[in-house]
Ligand binder design. Structure first.
Ligand code: ZN
Length: 416
């Protein structure tokens, strides 16, 4: 059941690569973990070259808007609207401006109470899965250059996907470049941490409960996964550091674009193969995050992440495990619809899994068989480094590396 939520991982890790100049976002948030409340001031600045005459933002309907300001706006409107992508009603905010090449700055203030899935008396989690930030419709994954200032009672530690740039008692400031819904805050009275050193620092931060033996095993496993990926699929664009946040909320696991993952299962144990594969899958989303979540190009995210995790399994000398896991996908993919043109809105979730995860994985294994290790891994490394977002781009990479005949063979597999 919990692995259903892997689907959601891409909501966090997927990202539009279209924006030339990232929008600037300043987030100032105050937390009161004991009552699960927060107050947020969100400032979005769109560059003048965007010349927007209308700026739209969607905000979680559960929150209360207390202010909306934008210099030069001739019309401001807030109305409930059904947002099909989320399958839910949102507060649709729309600001209208006179035409002109001017920077647009919107300041939205709101407050809310986090539901129990994301807040206990011990831990408060504001993450991409808690839907705590506003975002532009259908641009949840656009790149933002953000500054995140967090205030919490002094007895609470505040952690994020990266270390703070400033910290004083009760206040921490983080800065980064990531997708619009991804800035993450975890606040807890006690945070327990373990790190590895060179060549790639990896940190596990666990909220509320001390690190146990399985957490140490996970840290060592993450170190091996990152080392394997950095010399294979990530050789052109290696992971420089990695953070794993453990919140204990028993909900899901998902990757963050900012070299991080959130794992909430309290019983996560990499000695179980399924958890070992989840860890390797999520870490690989650092590269496999650029296909559209809304169409069949999602196989560039999920099949590539799944096959990467199987490659890791094979690299641990567990070739029997690799074969078993691949055989499961082969069985699941038998008779599944074609990947190219697959419309996820017209099929059930299990069929989506069979096509986008399993059939895609089987096709990558077939390409691997056809080309051998060196050529196949070079193709994956190039695909990763180019932040490949469409199947046609991937086919071109295959054609350039392995020839037209292999491209046509692959295109046929993807089309039938
Ligand atoms: Zn995934």
């Amino acid at each position: 059941m919990k692995y259903l939520f892997l689907l959601l991982s891409i909501i966090l890790s997927s990202l539009s690569s279209s924006a030339a100049t990232p929008n600037q976002v300043q987030i100032a948030v105050k937390l009161e973990p004991r009552t699960k409340q927060f107050w947020c001031r969100y400032t979005l600045t769109l560059p003048a070259d965007a010349a927007e005459t209308s700026v739209q933002l969607n905000l979680n309907k559960a929150f209360t808007i207390t202010g909306l300001e934008s210099h030069g706006a001739v019309r401001k409107q807030i109305a409930p609207r059904f947002y099909a992508t989320a399958g839910d009603t949102v507060q649709a905010i729309e600001l209208t401006y006179r035409p002109g090449k001017q920077r647009r700055r919107v300041v939205l203030t709101y407050q809310g109470t986090m539901p129990p899935k994301f807040a206990t008396p011990e831990v408060m989690e504001l993450s991409g899965h808690s839907n705590w930030l506003p975002s532009r419709p259908l641009r949840e994954y656009e790149l933002i250059d953000y500054v995140l200032q967090v205030q919490a009672p002094e007895t609470y530690r505040i952690i994020s996907s990266r270390p703070p740039i400033r910290h004083s008692q009760g206040r921490s400031t983080f800065r980064g470049l990531t997708s619009a819904i991804e800035p993450t805050v975890v606040a807890a009275e006690h945070v327990y941490e373990a790190t590895t050193g060179a060549p790639t620092p990896i940190k596990v931060s666990k909220a509320a409960a001390p690190l146990l033996h399985p957490d140490s095993l996970m840290l060592s496993e993450a170190e091996r996964v990152v080392a394997f990926y950095n010399r294979s699929i990530g050789q052109q664009d290696p992971i420089p550091r990695f953070a794993i946040l453990l919140t204990g909320a028993d909900r899901d696991a998902f990757a963050l674009l900012d070299n991080a993952a959130v794992i909430t299962y309290p019983d996560f144990d990499v000695r179980k193969r399924i958890d070992q594969l989840v860890l390797a899958h999520e870490i690989s989303h650092k590269w496999w995050a650029y296909g559209s979540f809304n169409d069949y190009n999602d196989w560039l995210n999920e099949a590539f992440a799944t096959y990467s995790s199987l490659l890791y399994l094979r690299a641990t000398a567990d070739t029997a495990g690799y074969r078993q896991e691949l055989a499961k996908r082969v069985a699941s993919a038998a008779g599944a619809p074609a990947i190219i043109g697959f419309d996820k809105t017209a099929h059930s979730y299990p069929t989506y899994r069979r096509v986008v995860y399993d059939k895609g994985t089987v096709i990558l294994a077939a390409l691997h068989d056809r080309l051998g290790d060196a050529s196949f891994l070079a193709i994956l490394a190039t695909t990763a480094a180019r932040k490949t977002s469409s199947t046609s781009e991937f086919l071109l990479i295959v054609e350039q590396a392995a020839g037209l005949e292999t491209r046509q063979w692959l295109e046929k597999l993807l089309s039938t």
